[in-house]
Ligand binder design. Structure first.
Ligand SMILES: [Zn+2]
Length: 162
């Protein structure tokens, strides 16, 4: 029996994928960006206000399981979201973070790019967030709060020059 015709899968996950649930509209999210290749929404437990997650529409766990075009779309969308964060006054600078696999702190098995706003005066808050990272309920934001921030980012994205 040959397995050469099978798709390359490195991890078998039996739990349903939360991000595919959001992509399919079955789970709630505060949408920042909705494009043919990429969906962007806010992290429920943000490291800072506006912390966005960008995901390819096709389920794949690792970056190298995406096509070159999907990877390019992800980075390009991240770049535009980071600009919107700056334009909206949510960030001076940003972290772009990809945790590529479960042993690299990837908690949802669907490739995603974190875009995390940073500002001049947030070092103390980020330290507190880091020290309590294992207690997500501390940092959970309400849907209303996330929806307001998402609307701010969508507006900044709509106003950005193409
Ligand atoms: Zn998925």
């Amino acid at each position: 029996m040959s397995s050469t015709a099978l798709p390359r899968v490195r991890e078998v996950d039996v739990a349903p994928c939360v991000f595919c649930g959001i992509l399919g509209g079955e789970l709630e999210a505060s949408i920042v960006l909705d494009e043919p290749e990429v969906l962007g929404f806010l992290d429920l437990h943000p490291w800072s206000t506006g912390h966005a997650l960008l995901v390819p529409r096709r389920h794949a766990q690792h970056l190298d399981e995406l096509t070159e075009a999907e990877r390019a779309s992800l980075i390009e969308a991240g770049n535009r979201v980071s600009r919107a964060m700056r334009d909206a006054g949510l960030a001076d600078d940003v972290h772009f973070v990809i945790n590529d696999g479960p042993r690299a702190a990837q908690t949802v098995p669907h490739a995603h790019l974190h875009v995390v706003p940073r500002s001049r005066h947030d070092r103390r808050r980020m330290l507190a967030r880091l020290l309590t990272a294992m207690v997500p309920p501390l940092w959970k934001r309400s849907r209303d709060d996330l929806d307001r921030t998402a609307a701010t980012l969508r507006e900044a994205l709509a106003q950005a020059p193409k």
